[in-house]
Ligand binder design. Sequence first.
Ligand SMILES: [Cu+2]
Length: 122
Amino acid sequence: MQMSFLQGMAFTLNGKTYDKDRIDVQVPLGTVEEWGIANVDADLMDHLFHLHAAPFQVISRNGQPEPYLAWKDTVLVRGGETLRLRAAFKDFPGKSVYHCHVLDHEELGMMGVIDVQADSRQ
Ligand SMILES: [Cu+2]
């Protein structure tokens, strides 16, 4: 996933602005996912990555292991920084969102839709 402020005045995640009718990420319920979060903002603006559907731990920043694996729902991603996180999608099936928690960035479109899919075999 990339967080950017690259396309004119668009605030984007993975090159897209928010569309409530588009599903950007699909995750099976009961899985742990490792995501890369890269702040490629051309102006090196900081962003606050926030995920609703699952708690996560930041594993590394710019390739350096995090010293303490706290459970988070929001993490600061400084300009030019890349981090890896692991999120446990175990409790909440259905659609939700992830977004930048800087309110004006979120309002300008820096948000995506995640669909946590319950396994129909359960
Ligand atoms: Cu932001």
